[in-house]
Unconditional design. Structure first.
Lengths: 278, 278
């Protein structure tokens, strides 16, 4: 049986980069969980003594503090800078970008519209760099804020939002404002994983999707695969694999959710190979 | 019978303004026809001695030259400025705006996309203020130019284009470029006349649409009125009115195409009132 990996799967660029930074910064502490994956955070703690602080008050002098992928609000960064600590910035560059944009656009006098979720850490960070930003998830919400906006509006989007939804926000702004400055800050990583899973599931006899059973992006991958390959299975780790899934199969496709580290994927592949020979 | 005028009809703001400027500048010459209306140009010649030159070579020293509503290309303006003539600028402010925008955006390093017709005088003028502008009428055309564009694009539209078509251009740019700076330079005058004609035709027993029979915007007004009022008639002037149209009618609605001067409209109204009493 041939095992094929999706062209794009698992961690995105920003998460891979943050983990590499953490591995290269032993005996440090992340301010908030580095990424949304408990197994990986435990591994970093065990192998590299990378700890975790949840509040600014817990931070001790002379410590090394890693800023996580989502970034942090400006006032928190300023506080860290004022302390006697080493700051290691693992903010995803795709998140730093909208922070820089809204700061610059606010200075140039534009009203700022952020398309995203105001409760998400990434957006809390981005908001903190803007002057009086409007944060919305839909045109309906935006309508209410319209009278507050100047004729010159600059807009950015949360990196994980759907592009088509962002377009609706822009079309609405265009209808009502003289100048709309549109920055496409959406990151394609999630959609690349989905496209690659779709493609692979068309060729595979059996598809294994690795990821958390309560992870929404993993479940989305499973749904996509199931559409094209009826023998699609979602597993959290190698222990859930069943030998009968692979009987008389020629091609086994593998993909993984955005919060699944490579070592879990490798363990699954190794186990599938073993099942074959037993 | 009550005669009701549409809330918006005939000349737009820019044309009214240009005619006022011409009336206040006797013994001058327009460089190219001031507006697209022969009757009105004849009236200005007769009453105010406002003449016409078609080529830069014809311009005589010490003359007063009126720049028409559509504006002119930058090199022609510079030539005029270098001559011993008085320049009177009747360029519509809604046309001056995109000229200024593309000039500024070119200087700031943006690629320029103009949504409009490269053969229209307005767009020839706007183009002349941009560095290497791309001028397109559709997404299909734009696709071919995509590789030529930088990641930062600024876009303007011809004042008379449909907003929905401009939105398509913007959506396409958003999909392919990091920053799209959208300036809404479309003028609503044409659409305001159409909306007002639609509204009035729903209330009227008979609708009179005044304008050239080969004028596309007048014919469009006629089509809109005919939809809601079966007794709709398109006339070029008062001589075409027929008494039987008004028999037993309670409300007569009046609208006029964008190239119809007020004095023609007034003559028509006067004639309708006379027909009633005869």
């Amino acid at each position: 049986m041939e095992i094929r990996l999706a062209k794009s799967y698992g961690f995105c660029f920003g998460v891979k980069r943050a983990i590499k930074i953490a591995e290269e910064s032993p005996n440090s502490k992340t301010f908030g969980p580095l990424i949304h994956n408990k197994n990986e955070i435990e591994r970093l703690a065990k192998n590299f003594n990378v700890g975790l602080v949840e509040n600014l008050e817990e931070i001790e002098p002379k410590s090394r503090i890693i800023v996580r992928t989502h970034g942090i609000p400006k006032d928190q960064l300023k506080f860290l800078q004022s302390q006697d600590v080493e700051i290691i910035d693992a903010t995803c560059p795709f998140v730093t970008k909208p922070q820089e944009i809204v700061e610059k656009m606010s200075k140039e006098g534009y009203s700022i519209v952020i398309f995203g979720d105001r409760n998400h850490p990434e957006i809390k960070g981005v908001m903190s760099y803007a002057k009086d930003p409007i944060v919305v998830l839909s045109v309906e919400e935006l309508k209410e804020y319209l009278p507050k906006l100047k004729e010159r509006v600059a807009t950015v989007a949360q990196t994980t939002r759907k592009f088509q939804e962002y377009q609706k926000i822009v079309l609405f702004l265009m209808e009502h404002k003289k100048e709309v400055r549109v920055f496409n800050t959406i990151c394609n990583a999630t959609f690349e994983n989905q496209d690659a899973a779709r493609e692979l599931s068309k060729e595979a006899d059996v598809m294994i999707i690795i990821g958390g059973k309560n992870s929404s992006n993993t479940k989305q991958l499973y749904r996509i695969c199931k559409e094209h390959c009826k023998d699609s299975y979602l597993v959290e780790n190698r222990d859930e694999l069943k030998p009968e899934w692979f009987v008389n199969k020629k091609v086994c496709g593998i993909t993984a959710g955005a919060s699944t580290p490579n070592w879990i994927i490798e363990e699954v592949i190794e186990k599938i190979r073993k099942l074959e020979y037993n």
